[in-house]
Design a protein around this ligand. Structure first.
Ligand code: PRP
Length: 178
């Protein structure tokens, strides 16, 4: 798989160090209060597994699968909840975790979607942020790394369901997806 990667952006060690920092920051901010972590599938699954273990608090975990795409590759513009969370979040501290923030539509939608269930607090966390691509106004509380507008894969992020298992985050060569 390495031959499909043009550049490594973040090594396994760099990711580990940043995730540890994020976990420490989250632990301090929540001051030992219980947290319900809601991960957005599928890309978050590796990040969430590592981040949870870096948080010093009682953490419950649940997942949602939301998608703005229909059967094709062109965005339909409408976000659909394909798998919902099931933990009761009323009065709880909710931390939504995603792998990458691109246009911002997904996190903006999920925040509004969860707000109506009256959580005590709701915070957003993304491992990667592509600020150049933002079209929706969304304020994120925790960001692992800012990345340029390139096709990034690894550590949970895919192209056509491949490369999620790379232990690092890299840029995919255009030849691999054209
Ligand atoms: C990616 C990513 C975010 C979303 C971000 O999901 O995991 O959820 O896109 O894009 P946005 O900021 O433009 O809304 P994707 O649909 O690729 O699914 P995956 O997590 O299963 O790879």
């Amino acid at each position: 798989m390495l031959e499909d990667i043009s550049k490594i952006l973040f090594t396994e060690d760099e990711i580990k160090a940043r995730v540890t920092e994020l976990g420490r920051q989250i632990s301090e901010d929540f001051k030992g209060e219980d947290i319900v972590v809601i991960g957005l599938l599928k890309g978050c699954f590796i990040f969430i597994a590592d981040l949870m273990r870096a948080i010093d608090a009682n953490v419950a975990v649940d997942f949602m699968l939301v998608s703005s795409y229909g059967a094709g590759v062109v965005s339909s513009g409408e976000i659909k909840v394909r798998k919902d969370y099931s933990i009761d979040i009323e009065g709880k501290n909710v931390l939504v975790i995603d792998d990458i923030l691109d246009t911002g539509r997904t996190l903006a939608f999920v925040k509004d979607y969860l707000m109506v269930k009256s959580p005590k607090t709701i915070k957003l966390c993304t491992l990667l942020d592509k600020p150049e691509r933002r079209t929706s106004k969304v304020s994120v509380d925790y960001v692992g790394f800012s990345v340029p507008d390139e096709f990034v894969v690894g550590y949970g992020l895919d192209y056509d369901e491949k490369y999620r298992n790379l232990p690092y985050i890299g840029v995919l060569r255009p030849e691999a997806y054209t």
